[in-house]
Design a protein around this ligand. Structure first.
Ligand code: SAM
Length: 472
């Protein structure tokens, strides 16, 4: 042992246990799951919130704040990344992902909410102390203090290239979309700066919850008795819950007589059901039915006309969801698990066929805040053969004089018009019919004959629909 006198110890700082903030910890856990496990925020969040609500000190307001923090942070990730990159001295890919998540959550509180600056910084630093440790909390503190020096507009002026230099890059940073998505949406939308800006802005809004009263099973009247419920804009079966709420608690939804369904999806099913067919109208097919939203509406409409719906879905577990959605339908229907590109039914069996094909989902960015960052342009090549294969078998499955509806929840031209144009070349006896008159009262449907709905023009997802008749 050394006989050197020990240096007198400085009195230790009293240890301060970091304050636990269940809302921000939950938001952080959700962001980590989205990042690490490629989870979907809309699937990860509900169980986390349910578990938190079981504890006494987590109420509905906490749940609303946690939801806003997660969705807002994910939606604005592109903008916040650009801001954070301007405040750290290394490339973002060298910042540890959990640290980046805490920084993004902090940036959202500072730039995208009304939380006062000091509260946003101190709550984020406390969160960092709990989930990252004291050392990294100091780094978080330093970066957030830099971010707090400007508001969102001030930052956008600094980090977004001027519109005139590079319009797509400017819009990508300002409205937090990947550049290739801005470019694709703009190609499909056409027009000048105002329209694309409105669309990108609408993609960053939280969509209203829309219900469908399945015809013959529920009425819009009973749904309108719910709090803050107003009629849909376009579908006679739609009711919007303007303050969100818990749709699962609505009795008609719990009983399956009504469902949660965007008005764009309702319009697709309604337009297909309204399309004129010559002669027999008894056999309807939904060839890509899972999880069953459109199939449930089609089955209810079919029941009113004495027609039968066959709902087909490749994935067995999703076929199970379809069966659940259709249970209690007043008319006959059948659910099968089948590959729609190698169908077990005979060609020409059906009078009406819907194929709502797998796609990039670029039309539903409001609902899936992380989707825009996960998708890659190469995904389009992955979907292309399947989309063509499903439309081909749909056209083979319909009889002469019957109608096929080709739908996507993406407005990308490679998934919409390009697919339809290719198949029309292969089927000289097929022709597009004008879908616009089948969506009565809906404005801004373009030049037809196909229709493209838009969040900023219609308040719906960006659903695409082409109606094609076999002429024989
Ligand atoms: C866009 S979703 C359909 C949504 C559905 N129409 C609704 O409104 O609830 C596409 C569906 O097609 C299914 N699918 C993918 N490949 C398929 C195939 N080869 N045959 C049939 N269904 C397929 C997917 O599993 C997915 O459930």
């Amino acid at each position: 042992m050394s006989d050197q006198p020990r240096r007198p110890r400085k009195p230790a700082k009293p240890y301060r246990r970091p304050k636990k903030d269940p809302v921000r910890i939950l938001a952080f856990e959700a962001l980590r799951a989205v990042d690490e496990r490629d989870a979907y925020a809309n699937l990860v969040l509900p169980p986390l919130l349910r578990r938190a609500r079981e504890s006494e000190d987590f109420d509905a307001r906490d749940a609303a704040l946690a939801t806003e923090l997660v969705y807002g942070t994910l939606r604005r990730q592109g903008t916040y990344d650009a801001v954070i990159a301007a405040c750290v001295d290394r490339p973002l890919r060298e910042v540890d992902p959990p640290v980046l998540d805490v920084l993004s959550l902090g940036a959202h509180q500072l730039l995208g909410t009304r939380i006062p600056t000091h509260a946003a910084v101190s709550a984020s630093v406390e969160l960092a102390r709990v989930v990252l440790g004291d050392g990294r909390a100091k780094f978080v503190n330093a970066v957030l203090r830099k971010i707090a020096q400007h508001d969102l507009d001030g930052w956008l002026e600094r980090v977004a290239p001027p519109y005139d230099d590079d319009p797509e890059d400017h819009l990508a940073v300002v409205h937090s979309h990947p550049r290739w998505v801005v470019s694709a949406l703009w190609d499909s939308l056409g027009g000048g700066r105002a329209g694309i800006e409105e669309l990108l802005r609408a993609d960053n809004e939280r969509p209203e919850v829309t219900l469908v009263a399945r015809p013959g099973r529920a009425t819009t009247g009973e749904l309108l008795d719910e709090e803050a419920a107003v009629p849909g804009r376009w579908s006679p079966h739609a009711v919007r819950l303007t303050e969100g709420g818990e749709p699962g608690a609505v009795p008609a939804v719990a009983q399956g007589r009504a469902g949660v369904q965007d008005e764009g999806s309702q319009l697709v099913a309604l337009a297909l059901a309204a399309a004129p067919v010559e002669g027999r109208d008894r056999m309807w097919l939904d060839g890509c039915a899972g999880p069953g939203g459109k199939a449930a509406l089609l089955a209810a409409l079919a029941a009113q006309r004495g027609a039968v719906l066959l709902a087909s879905e490749k994935q067995p577990h999703r076929a199970g969801l379809v069966a659940k959605a259709l249970a209690g339908n007043p008319g006959p229907y059948q659910v099968v698990a089948a590959d729609g590109t190698r169908p077990p039914w005979r060609p020409g069996s059906f009078d009406r066929v819907l194929v709502d094909v797998p796609c990039t989902g670029l039309g539903a960015l409001r609902r899936r805040p992380e989707a825009r960052w996960r998708r890659r342009p190469e995904d389009l090549d992955g979907f292309a053969p399947l989309q063509r294969g499903l439309l081909r078998t749909a056209l083979e499955s319909v009889r002469v004089g019957g109608v096929v509806g080709y739908a996507t929840c993406s407005p990308h031209l490679a998934e919409t018009r390009a697919v339809v144009a290719d198949l029309l070349k292969q089927f000289p006896d097929a022709e597009l019919i004008d879908a616009r008159p089948l969506l009565p009262g809906v404005p801004d449907l373009g030049e037809g004959p196909d229709v493209q709905l838009w969040p900023h023009l219609h308040g719906t997802d960006a659903m695409y629909l082409a109606l094609i008749r076999r002429t024989g």
